[in-house]
Design a protein around this ligand. Structure first.
Ligand SMILES: [Zn+2]
Length: 389
């Protein structure tokens, strides 16, 4: 049995959390005699719907192996992440099949990997071929929606594909969305040049998420009739936002959260395979990228054009407090409760009986990320230590 003393992320109150097995056994007031100003906070651990890799491993690599997958998953505990969706972007059938097979092998080989991978995210290949909406996805592999191809990939993954990002305007998209939703897969709208009517059609067919709203879009759009406003106005769509500090300007993050309300926002870092690497120039099949000293990941040789994100989910949580003035509770719920609920996984709460996926952390006055001290997954210590108070 493990006992943790910390301040609740909900209201800052000092609490004593006891864990037995993989569950929270009790939560009581801690009644400390001295000040708790130096106690860390405790909160549900983070859950990220979109992780492309880590430390030089890309889940979209054609040559992905079981050990690559395990190597890319493990470091996430130090960011407070216990659950995530490895994300495979637009690629050939063979490339996607190899990736899903490797992820399946890793999950079947190691139970902690299986616990962390609570679903895979297939982002593409059924997306817009246009420059802008397509983002960094390779044009040669963009194609019409293909349900029978998807079924083969789903089988190869061992039924792990839980989220698909699709553009509503591609041929066959609506039929694909209906079938996917009926099979229990969550559909996201993204990398799209859809008309407002096409966005509405996708929502009617069952789409429930906007993938990284505001990114994977044209540089210039119509001021009134556009796919961003249509998705913002639709209450049935939750929006994921990349709040790494580079993908969206702070005021746009603030505006999106005001319009949607925190309960319909999911924070994702959309970390590239270069996340976790030191500043420098790197080469992949997507081209030459550079991590600048400020952590911005750009196309090598300039400083503006982004090549993905090199930040992690804990950075997005810290940023959203700064950018949108939301509470610590709302910020963490956007990166924990909301994604779990969307995918139909258990929502972790600071309550008796809840799954014990927890993190202890501090909020440094200077610095752009949470300082994670301890991460616990299913009651098991995965990072840091348990300090006795
Ligand atoms: Zn994307």
């Amino acid at each position: 049995m493990v006992t943790l003393k910390a301040r609740s992320y909900e209201n800052g109150e000092p609490i004593k959390v006891t864990i037995a097995g993989n569950r929270i056994r009790s939560i009581e007031p801690a009644w400390p005699s001295e000040s708790v100003a130096d106690w860390p906070y405790i909160a549900p651990a983070l859950f990220d719907l979109q992780i492309n890799g880590h430390g030089g491993v890309w889940f979209s690599s054609d040559s992905l192996t079981r050990s690559d997958v395990l190597q890319a998953l493990e470091p996430h505990y130090r960011y407070g992440v216990t659950r995530l969706c490895p994300t495979l972007i637009t690629n050939s059938f063979e490339g996607l099949a190899a990736g899903f097979a490797a992820i399946r092998e890793a999950c079947e080989y190691k139970s902690t990997a299986d616990r962390m991978v609570c679903g895979c995210h297939l982002e593409g290949p059924y997306i817009s071929a246009e420059d802008g909406p397509r983002g960094a996805h390779p044009r040669e592999h963009v194609r019409p929606a293909d349900w029978s191809e998807f079924q083969k990939l789903q089988q190869i993954s061992g039924n792990r594909i839980k989220l698909v990002t699709i553009a509503p305007e591609v041929e066959g998209a609506l039929d694909f969305i209906r079938r996917a939703v009926a099979s229990g897969v969550v559909i996201a709208i993204g990398h799209t040049a859809a008309t407002p009517e096409q966005v509405r059609g996708a929502v009617e067919a069952g789409a429930r998420l906007s993938t990284h709203l505001g990114n994977g879009a044209h540089a210039m759009i119509h001021r009134h009739r556009n796919y961003i406003f249509e998705q913002l106005a639709e209450n049935r769509l939750t929006a994921s936002l990349i709040v790494d500090g580079h993908h969206l300007p702070p005021n746009l993050v603030h505006t999106f959260i005001k319009v949607k309300s925190p309960k319909r926002i999911i924070l994702t870092c959309d970390a590239a395979g270069w996340a976790g690497c030191p500043p420098g120039v790197y080469e992949s099949k997507l081209g030459r990228s550079e991590i600048l000293d400020n952590g911005k990941l750009v196309v090598a040789g300039q400083r503006e054009l982004l090549a993905g994100s090199a930040q992690e989910t804990d950075t997005c949580v810290a940023n959203v407090i700064d950018f949108a003035g939301v509470s610590l509770k709302d910020a963490i719920d956007m990166a924990s409760k909301n994604p779990a609920r969307l995918l139909g996984h258990e929502v972790v709460r600071l309550r008796r009986g809840s799954l014990a996926d927890l993190m202890l952390f501090r909020i440094p006055a200077e610095g752009k990320r949470l300082a994670i001290e301890t991460t616990i997954a299913s009651g098991e210590l995965m990072y840091g230590e348990v300090v006795v108070r």
